[in-house]
Design a protein around this ligand. Structure first.
Ligand code: IMP
Length: 428
């Protein structure tokens, strides 16, 4: 089976960009299945830097088909901008297809995202304010406008009228100015006419590719614990970044998936609000932030940093059926005299071994750490496991034993060759 899902195993920003870029260059089809332009990763190749928020990475490869799946929400303005910027750097792009079932993000979604955050006061989620939550709200409420109707000039005006009349009523409640129907219609009809050629039923294309044993890469966005159901609700995004999302957002079933690669950092980061048991508010946390350049690609916000949470990672392996871990940023920990990882939580109700699903219980846990000897060597020149200092290898071995999951790939720097593939057979 040559279908591989790449997911973020923690709270997002696990440095998936390099891996999906490398695998994207080997794939026949690359599919994004959840989220929208709240995601972001940077790819550096042939001296050019690309910042992707919506486009699947396969777009850089002329022979690869890139698909925006039905589970996504798409801001047409942002997508066209991204296509334009990418084409300026690389004129020959791969084929792009957009599922007619993907939902469209409109300006009222972005404004509502901001207004809802303000209304939450001190309980703000810390969203990216890209309108993602409100677009998924419309999807679940069954009033969203999907790509399939958006690109049909005989359907879009009536749908927009219907939805905008509801949205303007809601904006009134927030004391905000209504949107002008004609203005949105004129602007967005232009985007629709430019995107129409990409919209086509994508589910059968993905199903055929899986059946033909083509290499299909499902490119996850965000991280497992931002999943609307499995994550640390309500401090989550509104979609399914878990491996299950690859089925829900593309039209395949679970047995079509061969491998699930769970990308995780050698430490933990989180953007936005919500409990984070292993967060470091001291100098060590600041060192990790600076050395690891832990600032958001989409919003530029400093990321919260902390020790690796193995309770979370083990849960992620179970939740996503991870077949191989991709451990990133081990190089960032070089120079620390001691490295720690949480192996259980203590709580007022006793010790716990998984993330409590109830937020109030989760907010009360404290990490119980296992301590590891640190290492001084710069790891970036290592090209095989035996090049790593014994202390780093010992840390990796414990991660594998604790999660009962092998580390398939190790990343020790941003460049493509700063990668050690440990188990090639766990990739495709
Ligand atoms: P939203 O997805 O904009 O609604 O934001 C909801 C939560 O998910 C916030 O805590 C965001 O910081 C977080 N989030 C959304 N996208 C990403 C991502 O790509 N990486 C990390 N955190 C994210």
């Amino acid at each position: 089976m040559s279908a591989t899902v790449v997911i973020g195993a923690q709270w997002g920003d696990e440095a998936k960009g390099k891996l999906v870029h490398v695998l994207g260059s080997q794939a026949d089809v690359v599919v994004r299945y959840s989220g929208g332009n709240n995601a972001g990763h940077t790819v550096v190749t042939d001296g050019q830097e690309y910042k992707f928020h919506l486009l699947p990475v396969g777009i850089l490869h002329p022979l690869t088909t890139s698909i925006i799946g039905s589970g996504m929400v798409v801001c047409p303005k942002e997508l066209l901008k991204e296509l334009d910027e990418t084409r300026k750097k690389q004129p020959e792009l791969g084929k792009l297809l957009i599922s007619p079932a993907a939902h469209v993000v409109f300006p009222y979604h972005r404004l509502l995202d901001k207004l809802e955050e303000e209304a939450r006061g001190s309980n703000r989620i810390g969203t990216t304010e890209r309108g993602i939550g409100p677009a998924y709200q419309d999807k679940i409420a069954r009033i969203g406008i999907r790509m399939g109707e958006f690109v049909q000039p005989e359907l879009f005006p009536a749908r927009l009228k219907e939805v905008l009349s509801v949205k303007n009523q809601i904006l009134k409640v927030y004391g905000s100015e209504p949107f002008d129907y004609n203005e949105i219609l004129n602007e967005y009809s232009q985007y629709a006419s430019q995107l129409a050629k990409y919209v086509q039923d994508t589910d059968p294309i993905i199903q055929d590719a899986v059946e033909a044993n083509d290499k299909v890469l499902f490119e996850g966005a965000q991280g497992s614990f931002l999943d609307i159901d499995a994550g640390t609700y309500p401090y989550v995004t509104s979609s399914h970044p878990t491996s299950a999302g690859a089925c829900l957002g593309t039209g395949i079933g679970p047995r079509a998936i061969g491998h699930v690669l769970g990308v995780c950092k050698a430490y933990t980061t989180r953007v936005g609000a919500g409990p984070f048991p292993t967060e470091l508010l001291d100098d060590v946390g600041e060192t990790i932030r600076q050395v690891g350049h832990e600032f958001g690609t989409t919003t530029g916000r400093p990321r919260r940093c902390g020790w690796l949470d193995l309770v979370q990672l083990r849960q992620s392996c179970r939740l996503n059926s991870i077949t191989g871990l991709v451990l990133t940023r081990l190089d960032v920990l070089s120079g620390l005299s001691e490295v720690k990882a949480a192996v259980e939580y203590s709580s007022p109700r006793g010790n716990v071994h998984s993330i409590p699903m109830n937020l109030h219980d989760f907010a009360q846990v404290s990490p119980v750490y296992k301590s590891f000897e640190g290492w001084d060597q710069d790891l970036r020149s290592a090209r095989k496991l035996s090049d790593l200092p014994p202390a780093a290898r010992n840390y990796m071995k414990f991660i594998e034993e604790f999660t009962k999951t092998p580390i398939a790939v190790l990343s020790i720097g941003p460049d493509r060759d700063e990668t050690i593939v440990i188990h090639e057979n766990l990739i495709w």
